[in-house]
Design a protein around this ligand. Sequence first.
Ligand code: ADP
Length: 393
Amino acid sequence: MKQETGNFFSLSGNEKRINKLINSLESGVLLLGPKSEILSGNEAALKILGLTRNELNGKLSFLSEWDAIHEDGSPFPEPTHPVSTVIDTKKPLTNIIMGVQRLVTNDRIWLLVNAEPLLDDEGEIIEVICSFSDITKHKAVEEKLTWLYQSLEIKAFELATSNTELERFVYVATHDLQEPLRMVSSFTQLLKKKYGQQLDEQANEYINYAVDGATRLKRLILDLLEYSKFSSNREEFTHTDMNAVLQDVTTMFSHELEKTDTELFISELPFIYAKTSLMKQLLENLIGNALKYRSTIKPVIKINYKEEENNYLFSVCDNGIGIDPKYSDKIFILFERLHNGNGTYEGTGVGLAICKKIVEMHRGTIWVESEQEKGSTFYFTISKAQNQTHEKL
Ligand code: ADP
């Protein structure tokens, strides 16, 4: 064996080519004797282990002085090292991950190790071929990813907890506010009923303001209560016929549709995987707004849908008073209203915030495209992801 020239096997004829081949590999390859003594190694083995050829050949065994550890940090006792195990069992071993302390530079590297016995005719070990690659960089990336994933999980948990706590707080606060509000409202009304005749016009006006304020506050509280209930919504996702949902909603608005002589255009809608009652609430809010924010011309409302690769895209289009595009995002924020028009348009500014929550719960998005005085089209998507096999039953 001419190890000083970096040859892997003793040389003759074709073996020169084999030596060249082994030396050109990126994986380290060591040839070891039956007592784990290192007989030879290729260039990559020297590079990975950080040793010169002389230092390597002096080693009696592979990894015995290298402070080998398992992935979980526990020690890798020498009798269980891949080469020792192969010598014991005479069977090959693959994909063993070991952390080792390099002898010269003293830094820790991670190796993916395979070991293969070479047996004589009697089945006794002649040599062991041990190959290994340096996976330190992969391990570092993997550890970083694990760390990132864990921090993400913690953050998501913290966020969910604080969100639930906040919604619980809003629920309790609004719930508890109802009782004193009921008292204010009923006693001011009683005051008006019993003493209204004895009070002057201004006093009666003040009482009316108080009653109006209490009524508005009651609506606000009820809407807020509705909004805060979402985190505790336990309804199951089911195959939901959007035609049936829409039918329910239009029946609910039938009186108003007739009164306003609204023309309704509805296309055939799909079955989707959704929380049915929330789909109803969503369409109720959007169609209710299309009716509420109508202009002076004959109202026309169109409900359509388009199937996209990952979503169903629905649209509710009206020819009403429209929205200034610069407020397109603002209207989805809780309590944000553009038109209160001195009481012309009743409302609390909660409806679209609820729509946004519902859509997000279905892994979708909601937005509006609108032009003032021309009308608005509200678009929302519902993800197909929950169950892609039930697009239309
Ligand atoms: P509310 O109707 O109770 O005010 P919403 O959250 O449903 O609350 O709507 C927020 C605001 O968005 C409304 O105050 C209104 O200014 C505007 N808006 C919603 N829908 C329409 C629509 N179809 N056309 C014009 N403006 C609309």
